[in-house]
Design a protein around this ligand. Sequence first.
Ligand code: HEC
Length: 190
Amino acid sequence: MNRLNIILATVASVTVVGTLGAAAFVYSGAYNIGADDPHSKATYAVLEVLRKRSIHAHASAITVPDLSDPQLILKGAGQYAAMCTECHLKPGQKDSELRPGLYPQPPNLSQTRVDPAQAFWVIKHGIKMSAMPAWGGSHDDMTIWSMVAFLQKLPELTPASYKAMVAQAPPDEDMDPDMDMGDGRDPKGH
Ligand code: HEC
């Protein structure tokens, strides 16, 4: 064998051994998939870049509509109160029963301003291997834009102005009928 062939044979056998080793590790069950066992710093850093770059690339062609319509923002307030606060909190709320156990941790959207196109994409498609659901299966684009419109206002709201906004939100078919709207009404306005 000449030198090149020796190098190629070595690369090939290292690749085979590496692939078999990886397969054996996956199959053995040694990996701890528990949400209470954090990633190593390096793995976490790679996943962060993967998430950010993926969202950035997928959201880049989205055209953001006018989000200033007060009715749209109110609709989003109702959606947010019904479906998002357990994970993303609301003004004045420090924690929920669900949040401490989530990994990765959901951002506190009552204190974080999100880019509208990226928020739309994430809400519609969700994020794999995290608790963030894809809401696009059960909500049309305009409803998702209403949530995005509301998210633009949310970091400025006080607990009282948040409550007032949610109380004014239009009733929604997919809200839990037992949900407390903060003013004694149920979500259907009764
Ligand atoms: C069961 C928990 C859960 C629920 C319910 C949930 N999310 Fe999330 N969401 C997450 C998690 C976890 C992340 C972060 C994922 C990650 O970092 O990989 C996230 C990320 C996001 C982001 C991206 C934020 C950023 O900084 O890039 C937006 C926007 C978002 N969620 C909006 C919503 C909206 C709106 C709702 C309600 C319709 C909602 N989420 C409901 C868990 C949840």
